[in-house]
Design a protein around this ligand. Sequence first.
Ligand SMILES: Nc1ncnc2c1ncn2[C@@H]1O[C@H](COP(=O)(O)OP(=O)(O)OP(=O)(O)O)[C@@H](O)[C@H]1O
Length: 289
Amino acid sequence: MSTPVIEVDKLNLKYGEFHAVKDLSFEVRPGELYALLGTNGAGKTSALETVEGHRQATSGTVRVFGHDPGDRKAVRPRMGIMLQESGFSPDLTVRESVNLIGQLTARQDDTGRVLDVVGLTRKAGTLVSQLSGGEKRRLDFATAVYGTPELIFLDEPTTGLDIQSRDSLWESVDRLRENGSTIVLTTHYLEEAQQRADRIGLMHQGVLRREGTVGELTRTLPSHIRFAAGPQPLPLASTERDGVTVIETFQLQKDLHVLLGWAQDHGVELRDLSAGPTSLDDVFRAIEA
Ligand SMILES: Nc1ncnc2c1ncn2[C@@H]1O[C@H](COP(=O)(O)OP(=O)(O)OP(=O)(O)O)[C@@H](O)[C@H]1O
């Protein structure tokens, strides 16, 4: 198997007495999209700042391309980091800001190409201070796109973006992946992770509580069949809450067949019927329970 791009082994981070990250271990493999998700204050940002070389570990080891992330010369040109706030100077134009990314990262690219990818060509001469929130976010994304780095960190990349800008950002991420880039994503939009992540790590209170593919994470929890409460007696065990009947099942197709057959035979209408696989939302709720 190829060497991991990121190796984190028993990472601990403390802020004074507060233990923010506890014995965190995970790997990100070449070409993978790994989503590090978690509840508020779980320690994701702290952990990723260490991987990015911005924060010193209290204990444990972190390797990026086999190097200590503090070895900036070896690591920095190979990774693009889209932070929640990139902090571009408000007095620079968009074009100047994109040029600056090249100077800071020592990567090569064509500024016009990058502006085109992030959809800011028409704003090239505009001052950063005059950009809208969504346009600023797209400029932040330029830090990830510039020079097509091998490793890209996307920290809440779509927050504040309208649906078209989101779709276009994900299309650009797909292009980057086609070029072989490895992506580390954090987001509170769980559907985005569910749709796009190869693997997910789920943190809660400083600890990596679950890790795996979406299938692996959701398989441990039941699927749900829901409909407006009323019909009785039902052919399957159920619970009722706020006027909704819920059937939990690990054999969705089979139980749905039983329920629909029963409804058909008894001339019962199952109002507001819905049935679906377990979502990441459910996995999250179970973690906090
Ligand atoms: N500089 C700091 N000094 C003291 N405590 C800190 C510091 N930075 C973060 N913390 C604390 O460490 C914990 C983890 O914070 P962190 O920002 O890493 O979480 P997160 O998973 O990124 O959260 P969120 O999803 O809310 O952004 C939180 O309880 C936070 O209050």
